[in-house]
Write a protein that binds this ligand. Structure first.
Ligand SMILES: [Zn+2]
Length: 371
């Protein structure tokens, strides 16, 4: 294992920021996998899993079992790790300007398309390395004007030339679920089976360029915009939601790290026996069909269903009690599906998303992820 430290642009004199990068295996001898934890810095179950992975991968490396290269960033957001406001950790949004740490990554396809139009060939295997190095050069050329932008650029540079990108997060109160690109449903299902995911949510574009899509979507965009050339989707990217933010458990973390290793073995990055992936617990569903249960007015939330519950259309998910009148509004779902996440607070402001159901009834458009 090699440890690199990458300096991030300092936000103020006397302040230093850095990323710890752990490298396993040998670049160029097989596929490259990139894994990071806690890009939303308060989603700390991901850190338990990346630390477990570091231990397991070091052992596998000593056994000569890594075929290719694995780059692991155990704590992906040093800026968010240090943000505390009145005692509460704020790891999702940059307090500098309110931007989400997992949105607004550089969209690289438009930056490389003209160059590739002149370089690509009729042979798909020739095109993959050409595209990969063009994307890497475009990521390397990104300029940052502040620390958060620099952090985003540095993370993208580490990941953009990988075959597999896993961005480990968690939700507030949730069962294991995964986001990935629709055309990569089969690989997403494999990952879901390895991790015991209860929902796999697919989109061709989630909106606002989250990290995983900044790595995986350029291939899809180039495929669509350069149809005269054969282009494969050479980067599988996924966001893994490791249950809820209070689910810090050594046994679960070891199990999740093992699941990640089984997936990497399945994808040819680790030459360890795959002990037969468990059967998938769910079929992938469209992210556009994920139904948010939203508070129509402010009130106290009383849930009737919890994460992991299968629900029918019309089922009562929660009551919302009006603080001024005591009146109760019943909040029912339109979709049949699986309730996979719900909010942490039991006080709702009007418009707050209280729960999410993986279903197939709705067809939402526009920005599909939570803000
Ligand atoms: Zn997150």
């Amino acid at each position: 294992m090699q440890t690199d430290i990458i300096e991030i642009q300092s936000p103020a004199p006397g302040t230093q920021l850095s990323l710890q990068v752990l490298r396993f295996g040998t670049p160029g001898t097989g596929p490259k996998a990139y894994i990071q934890g806690a890009l939303h810095a308060d989603e700390v179950p991901a850190i338990l899993v990346t630390r477990q992975l570091a231990r397991q991968l070091a052992e596998l490396e000593a056994q000569g079992a890594i075929h290719g290269e694995i780059v692991l960033v155990p704590v992906a957001n040093p800026i968010g790790m240090a943000q505390h406001i009145l005692g509460a950790h704020q790891g999702r949004f940059d307090v500098r300007d309110g931007s989400n740490f997992n949105r607004g990554y550089a969209e690289l396809a438009p930056l490389v398309i003209d160059q590739l139009r002149n370089q690509l060939t009729p042979v798909v295997s020739n095109n993959t390395p050409l595209i990969r190095s063009a994307l890497k050069a475009a990521a390397d050329a990104q300029v940052a004007s502040h620390s958060t932008q620099d952090l985003k650029n540095q993370l993208l540079r580490l990941a953009v030339d990988a075959d597999i990108v896993l961005d480990l997060h968690c939700d507030t109160d949730a069962v294991m679920h995964i986001y990935a690109l629709t055309p990569q449903a089969a690989i997403a299902e494999e990952l879901g089976a390895a991790l015991g995911a209860r929902a796999v949510l697919l989109a061709t574009e989630s909106g606002d360029c989250p990290f995983d899509e900044a790595c995986s979507r350029p291939w899809l965009v180039l495929q669509q915009q350069l149809p005269q050339f054969p282009i494969e989707l050479a980067c599988f990217g996924a966001t893994v939601e490791l249950r809820g933010e209070t689910d810090t458990d050594h046994t679960l973390a070891a199990q999740d790290a093992h699941g990640v290793c089984q997936f990497l073995a399945q994808r040819g990055v680790l030459s360890v026996p795959v002990i037969g992936l468990p059967e998938a617990l769910c079929f992938p569903t469209p992210l556009s069909g994920s139904e948010p249960i939203t508070a129509p007015h402010a009130g106290v939330v009383v849930f009737h269903r919890q994460p992991g519950d299968k629900v029918q259309a019309g089922e009562l998910i929660a009551d919302l009690v009006n603080a001024a009148t005591g009146e109760v509004t019943a909040l029912r779902c339109q979709s049949a599906g699986l309730l996979y996440a719900r909010c942490g607070s039991r006080w709702a402001t009007a418009g707050k998303r209280l729960a999410k159901i993986a279903g197939t009834t709705l067809a939402r458009t526009g920005r599909l992820l939570s803000p």
